[in-house]
Design a protein around this ligand. Sequence first.
Ligand code: ADP
Ligand code: MG
Length: 571
Amino acid sequence: THIDLKKLLTSIDGKGYPAYKALKGDYDFGNYTLFFDRVQSDPFASPSKIRISVSHKDSEFPEDIINSDYKKTVLSDFLTRAFEDAVYKFSGDRNGSGNSGIIRIDHCGQEVLERTSVIINDNNTEIRMEAGLPANGRRISGKAAIHIFFDVLPKIINTAGFYKNISRDFLDSQIKLKLDQEYLRKELKKRKLTAFIANGSVLPRESGISDKPLAKNAVLFNSPESLETEFELPNAGLIKGMGIPEGITLIVGGGYHGKSTLLNAIESSVYNHKINDGREMVITRDDAVKIRAEDGRNIEMVNITPFINNLPNNKDTYRFSTENASGSTSQAANVMEALEAGSRLLLIDEDTSATNFMIRDDRMKKLVSREKEPITPFVDKVRQLYEEHGVSSIIVAGGSGDYFKTADHVIMMDEYIPKDVTEEAKAIVSDELPDIEEDEKDKNTAFGEITARVPLKSCFELNGKNTKIKSKEKNSILYGRNEIDLSNLEQLVSDSQTRCLAAMLEYLAKNGFDDKTNLSDTLDKLYDKIKSQGLYCLSGTRNFSGKLALPRKYELSAAINRYRELKIKKY
Ligand code: ADP
Ligand code: MG
């Protein structure tokens, strides 16, 4: 019980730090239990992993919340944020060496993600935190530890862990929001829409490094009449905004008029945003993938023939491999890999695209003949992609009218307000001469094959000295000695997702790949397992981590595709 803990801390006061190891175990505090899952080995090492368990009987969270998966995700997110606030409020005075006295819980950003920081089980709530066990130099400071576990932590738990002490209206409004968001995302599919942006949404962000809403002078979103769509939400009632239909949508407009801001809002709204984010009623189909150029990346046996053929030196583009992709080949591979993983909605911004992948103008066609140009630009394939494979595209292009002909809808951003200019754009191209004959042929050819690949198990095995797989902040994973660069995955939104990717890779390396199942099916299996057993079914060294957040299948597949040792079974 807690009396044992107090005795123990008193008895090891002043001893060498390793004596803290005796803490491992659990201590009953009456209305909660405190677990020490992993005890740090010195004051400078990463803080110890602790866990608090509160039975539902004691916490008194209502039945109808803890019985629903949707609501559990919201409650978990809500409690994580509540705990973070409480930690901030109560754990001010901290002294001693190294990480002495640190208390923390995972940080949540603007998105509501499935996390391991707070896990709602059938009978209890588990809160996973980190605590820096206090020391003076390398001597245990038992008194400071008693202060943390008998004074500070109880205050934190009391404030954030029990239904009677939390803001129920606030929790309730978040649950309602989540239900509306999920309803909208389902409705999108039924109505053949790719994304919805509610009128009144605030799309711009505070700055390039802050994802919070722009507070001053933000122009609220307002749909053009022709694209205005309404929904009757289960909780918020009638809502109106711009529905972007399936097909090919072009976003145009002058520089600095808000094109990228709109696309960024769409790409990040594959996740639900928290209340007061400004984008909480921006909803995008969850299979949307942002596509960009990424020169320098590694590509392993990707079939990029729909876009690229006849490279110099007869380089194979049916099984295209390179350690140093160009802008256009990297963008082609990014498209094909997204399709392979199952995406049926591509988001492309001219700002981050390779021009020669996107378009080729008439003058260039006259100068460089078709046989000398390996690239069939995206503009000549985007229609087939939709008609043959059901893949929609939303494309930002302010610098060229090449997409006017093929686009179903053209939206112009005009001082941050969208206008439907489809008719004007179509009128401009209607009296143009047909394209060069050769080109017409291109436009009528099929998109081509989306090839599923089978990764080889052996390339994921780690031998020798360095067999760890660990994440480094948001944008990188160290796979043994290999760094996987994730900095171009714009829809990866949290360090905790990257940590989770590392855990998933570790799991897949051991139990996932079998030299038979293709990449997409292998990942689906893992996601099914997580769905039925919870995120922390990922075994290994991260067993007690409260700092994992679930990434999407597309980011996991992207991480695997960027692993420079990746090997694919010959096809
Ligand atoms: P574009 O891609 O058309 O060149 P951006 O989307 O990059 O333009 O936007 C340019 C600037 O305008 C950015 O600083 C952005 O934050 C700001 N901005 C975008 N939309 C709005 C808006 N609705 N209200 C106020 N500022 C906005
Ligand atoms: Mg832009």
